[in-house]
Write a protein that binds this ligand. Structure first.
Ligand code: GLC
Length: 479
């Protein structure tokens, strides 16, 4: 049942504004959330649609997109043509903004600041042309935050409600004032008076995320623990004071995952599909196929898997060749790392791999098919993040019967219970990481009943949006 908000108006029409959404364009977890939450909101009686750039990497033709409108905006005395395309994917409506100068590359290719200030400017114009009139604009991360900042200057009665979700506080969108002016934003709307923020860069710099945080009606982040952590200097990335000042309007809502896509019983990517009841044989067969594919030897050792964007967030610096070699001597294991990103981390992990040539494989790539096969093959799934707003891979791993090993931070802390559904370590040090790896190996070799119990308890968890979608629905009504 829908609740009526305080103005006696039912809030049903929501427009998500974001940089990426799966399956159209995916770089990280943001895309999974933006691409799957609208469907879950539909089950709550809401009509949530998505507005995003028509990145050059999206084939409008093969998605059978329809051009529904076109307009010009003036940037730096130059007219820019923007076409609005419409697509319906798995029941969700998308409006895609196409422009050849700003959106011809992939999601974060090129200058992200100009790209997303342009996106905000084009989105603001598109709002008046869309056949859909949203009651709430739900912006995600700094890429869409400027839409909120500008709309917030209008009287509340004449504008939609404004929700900003922070998926990752590390990316804030710092820019110079002159860039704002170029895209016709008024710099005073973006000024945030907070010593922490202005200390970081001189006052000629603007923080797009901070401006959005200041002006949104409600702010959400993607897990209850991260919502608390970001109020502290250790996790707030300089925005902790601003966030604390908005504490009353800040809420942490745990992400769900698309349990239809991440389902070993129906996953067409897998060498062999399997249901919970035949998890042992299913995983064994997939592990065999992955080992053959990656030229790893067939034995009874456990397979550890790590899949992530390579950045300072993900704990790649915790992998130490010497520690892994020492563990390997007593308790053989195999390790597969899949991901790509910052060159520094790619080099770091390849150097570790060099010392474990027989038992470790590193695949520098973004490869969804391989990722699914790895979830299905893994005995343990590693998420040793320094910080993790939510983290989706630990939930995906549990769906496939891979036992997660995570650090106690953000959404990892909220989703994995130590020695119940996985193993959890606290300190961000390679010693603590090494200790938990050792415990995992001891459990695997010497306490098989505990290993089995963790796996089956993990498999039983419900990671669908069923719990969280109603929380968003409640939040929209509160604005
Ligand atoms: C970002 C965060 C990740 C979160 C995802 C979706 O990628 O780093 O923790 O799960 O967004 O909200």
């Amino acid at each position: 049942m829908l609740k009526i908000n305080k103005n006696n108006k039912m809030i049903t029409k929501i427009l998500f504004c974001a940089a990426e959404a799966a399956p159209l364009a995916k770089v990280g977890g943001l895309a999974d959330v933006v691409g799957s939450l609208p469907e879950a909101l539909k089950a709550q009686g809401l009509d949530a649609r998505i507005l995003m750039p028509a990145h050059g990497s999206i084939s409008l033709k093969s998605w059978k997109a329809k051009k529904i409108n076109s307009f010009l905006i003036k940037i730096d005395k130059k007219q820019e043509r923007v076409n609005i395309w419409y697509i319906k994917v798995k029941g969700t409506s998308y409006y895609l903004l196409q422009n050849k100068n700003y959106f011809s590359g992939h999601v974060y290719e090129g200058d992200s600041i100009s790209k997303y200030l342009f996106f905000a400017r084009a989105a603001l114009k598109a709002l008046s042309l869309l056949p859909f009139k949203p009651q709430v604009i739900h912006a995600h991360d700094f890429h869409a935050a400027s839409i909120i900042t500008e709309l917030s200057t209008q009287a509340r009665t004449g504008r939609p409600g404004l929700v900003l979700t922070i998926h990752n506080l590390q990316h804030q969108g710092w820019t110079e004032e002159k860039a704002l002016l170029k895209f016709d934003f008024c710099k005073t709307d973006f000024q945030v008076r907070d010593k922490n923020i202005s200390n970081k860069k001189t006052s000629t710099w603007i923080n797009l995320l901070a401006a959005g945080i200041k002006s949104a009606d409600k702010i959400t982040t993607v897990s209850p623990t991260y919502a608390k952590e970001i109020l502290t200097p250790a996790y707030g990335y300089g925005l902790e004071k601003l966030l604390s000042s908005r504490r009353k309007d800040l809420v942490g809502i745990l992400n769900g995952i698309d349990v239809k896509t991440y389902n070993p019983a129906g996953d067409i990517n897998l060498a062999q599909k399997y249901a919970s009841k035949d998890v042992v044989a299913g995983k064994q067969n997939n592990k065999q196929a992955v080992r053959a594919y990656l030229k790893l030897k067939e034995d009874n050792s456990p397979l550890f898997v790590f899949i992530a964007r390579f950045s300072n967030q993900k704990g790649l610096d915790l992998f130490k060749a010497e520690d892994l070699l020492n563990l390997q001597k007593k308790f053989p294991f195999q390790l597969v790392i899949l991901g790509s990103g910052e060159e520094k981390y790619e080099q770091m992990i390849l150097a570790v791999n060099k010392q474990l040539p027989d038992n470790m494989r590193t695949i520098i790539a973004f490869d969804e098919t391989l990722a699914h096969n790895l979830y299905a093959s893994a005995n343990y799934f590693l998420v040793p993040s320094k910080f993790e707003p939510c983290g989706l891979t630990q939930m995906m791993a549990m769906r496939y019967g891979a036992v997660p090993i995570v650090r106690a931070t953000g959404g990892l802390k909220d989703t994995v219970i130590h020695e119940k559904t996985g193993l959890v370590f606290k300190q961000y040090t390679s010693q603590a990481f090494n200790r938990v790896l050792k415990q995992a190996l001891l459990v695997y070799y010497q306490q098989p009943a505990l290993y089995k119990k963790m796996r089956s308890d993990g498999l039983r968890q419900d990671w669908s949006w069923q719990a969280s979608a109603p929380e968003y629905q409640r939040l929209y009504q509160e604005i």
